[in-house]
Write a protein that binds this ligand. Structure first.
Ligand SMILES: [Ca+2]
Length: 332
């Protein structure tokens, strides 16, 4: 039981579904069902696939879990988009293993949806200091909100970002991670205007290999659950593309980068952190999109973020699987 004095975490999920986004979504929905979280809004972002598809994916994931009354924003499309490659090859043409046709049809429509930055601005101004932004896609929406309404991101209780690579190699270039590399200017705007940022980088998410065995454990809890069936099928797709991209040292599984944000928010004992000033390289010919911190032992005059440096993957997966079992147990 939760003592009455503890209030739920109020969350806006900024997301570009995405196979690993889907697992973050479903974990969050389980936590919301258990009374630990409130999903205030979902702001879809241009990223893994184009904005229309991330919007549709986000709506369908909410409907799948029974949270379809949550408003979904459509992603801001940055004018510099021309030079960016999406991640269709990893996540499928629809962002979710070409499985969205198996998911329920949502009522919300891309054409009439509000833009994601408008939703962020309105929500943050209505509840200053109360909302946690969980950003698991490129940071275009957050930067657009800040540029339209300077100071608005400082109204967040906390901004939790999956992105960047510090000691670890990048995953789209030798140095850069996808979410930051997709829109480095946007990322730099966010890091320069807020000092309550938590970064979940590739350094720890590269250790989070979700396997078909994990999916089976959840599926066995309730084989009739449409959520469980979706997870098994998505895992199957993601394992194949992940092996092709050699991201797991040959282990049949895929990296649930985005889901690690939920571990930080609700089970922080699974992670260790370092405080630092994070900057984003926006000009480098070979390093564009790299996240940079100063590791030297020189006095630091500022810090904007906590960066996850270590993860207990065994504990994280044990917790995640139990929470997902709870979600599917009551699902048909
Ligand atoms: Ca994502």
């Amino acid at each position: 039981m939760i003592p009455n004095v503890i209030s739920k975490r109020k969350i806006i999920l900024d997301t570009d579904p995405g196979g690993d986004d889907a697992f973050a979504f479903l974990w969050l929905q389980s936590l919301a069902r258990q009374g630990f979280a409130e999903i205030v809004a979902v702001t879809a972002a241009d990223g893994n696939v184009a904005a229309q598809y991330t919007f549709a994916g986000a709506c369908k994931l909410l409907k799948l879990g029974g949270f379809d009354t949550v408003e979904v924003g459509r992603g801001v499309i940055n004018a510099r988009q021309g030079d960016r490659a999406d991640a269709e090859a990893i996540h499928g043409a629809d962002g979710m293993g070409n499985l969205t046709h198996t998911l329920p049809t949502p009522e919300q429509s891309y054409d009439t949806a509000r833009l994601s930055d408008q939703i962020l601005i309105e929500a943050l101004k209505q509840a200053p200091g109360e909302l946690t932004l969980v950003a698991i896609g490129p940071l275009t929406n957050l930067a657009a909100a800040e540029q339209a309404s300077p100071g608005v991101l400082q109204l967040a209780k906390e901004i939790v970002i999956m992105g960047g690579a510090f000691s670890h190699a990048g995953n789209v270039t030798p140095e850069a991670e996808f979410n930051i590399a997709f829109d480095p200017e946007a990322a730099q705007v966010v890091f320069s205007c807020c000092d309550r940022i938590v970064v979940i980088p590739l350094d720890i998410t590269s250790q989070l290999i979700f396997t078909p065995e994990h999916a089976q454990q959840i599926f066995q809890e309730n084989p009739n659950s449409s959520i469980a069936q979706f997870m098994v099928a998505l895992c199957q797709f993601m394992v194949k593309s992940t092996l092709a991209f050699r991201e797991t040292s040959g282990v049949p599984g895929f990296l649930v980068h985005d889901a690690a944000t939920m571990a930080y928010l609700f089970y922080p004992e699974t992670l260790q952190f370092q405080r630092a000033q994070v900057e984003v390289e926006t000009a480098g010919q070979w390093t564009r999109g790299k996240t940079v911190i100063d590791r030297r032992h020189k006095a630091k005059l500022s810090a904007n973020a906590w960066i996850a440096t270590e993860v207990n993957a065994t504990s994280l997966f044990a917790i995640m699987i139990e929470d997902l079992k709870q979600l599917v147990a009551s699902n048909r």
